[in-house]
Write a new protein. Structure first.
Length: 99
């Protein structure tokens, strides 16, 4: 059964390469943010699989939860930064006049 989880982990690493490509060569900032977020989500699942392989799931679940929380906060902060500073979502001038 450990071989199954090992191969699942390797397959997950291969899938992470697709997200890495999107994060590095994404045509827009949003594509890069989504790529980084996908890598973080897959890393959380990979940590759980590593915990199963080493028979220490309780320790790796705590690490995975902390990593998932940090990933979520980092993506929110980056999104907020690019929205406010870089003008990621520029609203049309008409909607600004109505407010």
């Amino acid at each position: 059964m450990d071989d199954f989880f090992l191969y699942a982990s390797l397959f997950l690493c291969l899938i992470m390469m697709i997200s890495l490509y999107r994060a590095v060569f994404g045509p827009t900032v949003l594509d890069r943010l989504i790529g980084v977020n996908a890598i973080g989500s897959k890393t959380t699942a990979l940590l759980i699989l590593i915990g199963i392989i080493y028979h220490r799931v309780e320790m790796f679940v705590d690490i995975a939860l902390a990593y998932a929380l940090l990933n979520f906060i980092a993506v929110l902060a980056a999104s907020r930064y690019f929205q406010k500073i870089k003008g990621l979502y520029d609203e049309p001038q008409e909607s600004l006049k109505r407010k």
